[in-house]
Design a protein around this ligand. Structure first.
Ligand code: GUN
Length: 285
């Protein structure tokens, strides 16, 4: 039976460390969250961010807009970029169709880009400079560290190639000297690759995609997906947990695995940005 990687507990540990460190800062870190529209999932995510800010001792500020133009949104980001009490700016995605997402994300000051979606931060990550890292992949890396999983020389397979998860996940593992393979919807024989994986990270958004016969004995299996089961309405991952946990050495549950870590790393990024803005951290560039 696999060791269960407890993302909920790890995330709580990260938040408590941040809370303790925040109490020693000269001012409270500030996070501005912008929510446009009425997407129900986004409303829940934003409320969770507000709770996390309170827990960590941050000054959180949410801008809820039923609707707005791209120009209005750009103007708000411009003001927040200049505001010295705001360390992080997060625009909740997805945005309504009439707003150009790329244009909005690129308007955020890279040093306040706590999602790490700005091309400057993506580039910094690619060349290996210490920066704000994208929350979900950085959360998975924290899981590896916490559970003593060394990636050097391992075959790591990523299923999914999104800009938010798949691509940066592979890069971060490469940085730790793993041999990385990216698989995606056009990969002809997915199982051929996943069976070679010492570490398998799945972020495809396809419920039940990974069965036990696709997993190597003793593999570390990380399930990043959050699918809503159409029959039960419950959240499930891409991995058939009950059968894969019998074969894996470590496995993440859904929910309670990667999701809470994503939230915790966001708080870590806000804290890191705040330290940088206060001149207390010389690591950030
Ligand atoms: N919507 C779903 N996930 C995310 C995320 O990580 N960041 C932002 N800004 N919006 C999201």
């Amino acid at each position: 039976m696999a060791i269960l990687i407890d993302g909920k507990q790890l995330a709580a540990d990260v938040r408590n460390r941040i809370k303790e460190a925040t109490s020693k800062l000269p001012r409270r870190p500030g996070l501005a969250v912008i929510l446009v529209g009425e997407d129900p999932a986004s409303q829940v995510y934003v409320r969770n961010k507000e709770k996390d800010c309170i827990h960590c001792g941050f000054a959180g500020q949410t801008y809820r807009m039923e609707d707005c133009s791209e120009e209005e949104l750009l103007a708000l980001i411009g003001r927040l970029n200049k505001n010295e009490n705001i360390d992080g700016i997060l625009v909740q995605l997805p945005l309504p169709a009439h707003i150009n997402e790329r244009r909005i994300l690129e308007a955020i000051d890279p040093d306040k880009d706590v999602d790490a979606f700005h091309p400057t931060n993506v580039g910094r990550m690619l060349v290996g400079k210490p920066v704000l890292l994208p929350c979900t992949p950085a959360g998975v890396m924290e899981m590896f560290r916490a559970y003593g999983i060394d990636l050097a020389g391992k075959n790591c397979v990523v299923v999914g190639r999104s800009n938010i998860v798949g691509k940066p996940m592979g890069l971060l593992m490469l940085r730790e000297d793993a041999t990385v393979t990216f698989c995606h919807s056009k990969t002809p024989d997915l199982a051929e690759h996943t069976r070679q994986a010492d570490v398998l990270v799945v972020a495809a958004g396809r419920q039940g995609l990974i069965s036990a016969d696709m997993v190597k004995e003793g593999a570390v299996v990380i399930d990043v997906a959050m699918n809503r089961d159409p029959e039960t309405g419950k959240f499930t991952g891409d991995v058939l947990f009950d059968e894969v946990e019998k074969k894996a050495s470590h496995i993440t549950p859904v929910p309670g695995g990667v999701g809470p870590m994503t939230r915790a790393i966001l708080m870590q990024n806000v804290f890191a940005a705040a330290k940088y803005h206060m001149g207390l951290d010389t690591d950030e560039e």
